[in-house]
Design a protein around this ligand. Structure first.
Ligand code: CTP
Length: 146
């Protein structure tokens, strides 16, 4: 019997990489069922001012086909209380790069009122969707020259 019944994690999951996989697998160790919220393209644009490389429905399909994922939905809000009402989870998992972030500190308090835990999991070092967006072409070009 795992600690939580239904876990939730939400993010962009653009160009699905090993950091995403580690986060999801570690979350699933603590919950019977894992739901992944994939941020909608417009939602990402509203706070990053850029669109993900991979479109939302493709990101959702990839997430849903990861072994540890029971269901993946497109998320249209960053408000985790709204998502709690939409999805109904008893724990939310997030990488520890967000630890100490003001919005997450508030989310911890908001979700505590519903008895929901916020669980920080270790972030995988050395990889992010942002780092994958840039310089790769240059690296390949350089390799070919030698
Ligand atoms: N994550 C992680 N390790 C990484 C990258 C991401 O554990 N190296 C976690 C994040 O903490 C979050 C989830 O994966 O809980 C989804 O994050 P997302 O924003 O999609 O990942 P990034 O690759 O960091 O994207 P970006 O560079 O756009 O911030």
């Amino acid at each position: 019997m795992k600690k939580y019944k239904k876990g939730y994690t939400q993010g962009v999951f653009d160009m699905f990489h090993i950091g995403h996989l580690n986060l999801i697998n570690n979350a699933k160790k603590q919950c019977e069922q894992l739901v992944v919220g994939v941020n909608a393209d417009d939602l990402v644009h509203s706070y990053k001012n850029k669109f993900p490389v991979v479109a939302e429905e493709e990101r959702r399909t990839i997430a849903e086909n990861i072994k540890s994922v029971d269901e993946a939905v497109i998320a249209h809000t960053l408000d985790k209380v709204v998502q709690l009402k939409n999805i109904g989870y008893d724990a939310i998992f997030i990488g520890d790069d967000w630890k100490g972030d003001a919005r997450w500190e508030q989310t911890i308090k908001d979700l505590a009122e519903y008895g929901v835990d916020v669980v920080f999991l270790p972030r995988t070092k050395g990889i992010s969707s942002t780092s994958m967006r840039v310089v790769k072409d240059e690296v390949v070009k350089d390799d070919n020259v030698e």
